[in-house]
Design a protein around this ligand. Structure first.
Ligand code: C5P
Length: 199
């Protein structure tokens, strides 16, 4: 079976994760949340370039990678070009596996998989994203106010958009999905339609 890659990019808490998992399940594709790689590098401590070069399955299995602090640390190490370079090969190999793959992140359609069969760019308003992220963090026991989550999110977006290497931006040929006023089901349907058109 040949490979088929779906690249899903967008800012924090836009709904990429939920959408990616649903799409992967619908089409039987493997899924890689690439944010987890940067979160694991940030959480490992020490020299981030070395951490990226030696990243292991155990590093990715740590339980604390979804916290607000891990997200902050991730966006800092993600601005280092050598960290990004060390993670390219793993992501590209994952994307080319037989049977199809969905990768979600910030630079999948622009840098990691510029030839992906389908590119989606998922966004939502800052306030809606902050509210969703706050609900998630609260559910996992993180004590943080919604205003603080909004501030953190904007700082993280600014860093992700402004960095010199692989900044967050939609690929020229990406299908835009704005989830501000969409239910999860409707967003998933839009994504699946875009994929079916390219199969
Ligand atoms: O998606 P998530 O919030 O887990 O990503 C954490 C951080 O990792 C992002 O804010 C971004 O700085 C970085 N990241 C990246 N490129 C990716 C995925 C994540 O720079 N492909």
């Amino acid at each position: 079976m040949t490979s088929f890659t779906v690249a899903i990019d967008g800012p924090a808490a836009a709904g990429k994760g939920t959408l990616s998992r649903a799409v992967a399940e619908r089409f039987g594709f493997a899924h890689l949340d690439t944010g987890l790689l940067y979160r694991a590098v940030g959480a490992k401590g020490g020299d981030p370039v070395r951490a990226a070069q030696t990243l292991s399955a155990a590093d990715l299995g740590r339980g604390d990678l979804r916290s607000a602090g891990a997200g902050e640390a991730a966006s800092k190490v993600a601005a280092i070009p050598e960290v990004r370079a060390a993670l390219v090969r793993f992501q590209q190999d994952f994307a080319r596996q037989p049977g199809g793959a969905v990768l979600d992140g910030r630079d999948i359609g622009t840098v990691i998989c510029p030839d992906a069969e389908v590119k989606l760019y998922v966004t939502a308003s800052d306030e809606v994203r902050a509210h969703r992220r706050w609900l998630e963090l609260r559910a996992q026991g993180d004590v943080i106010t919604e205003a603080q989550v909004l501030d953190d999110l904007r700082a993280r977006d600014a860093r992700d958009t402004a960095r010199a290497t692989a900044p967050l931006r939609p690929a020229a040929d990406a299908v835009l999905i704005d989830t501000t006023e969409l239910s999860i089901d409707t967003a998933v349907e839009k994504a699946c339609e875009a994929i079916k058109r390219r199969m």
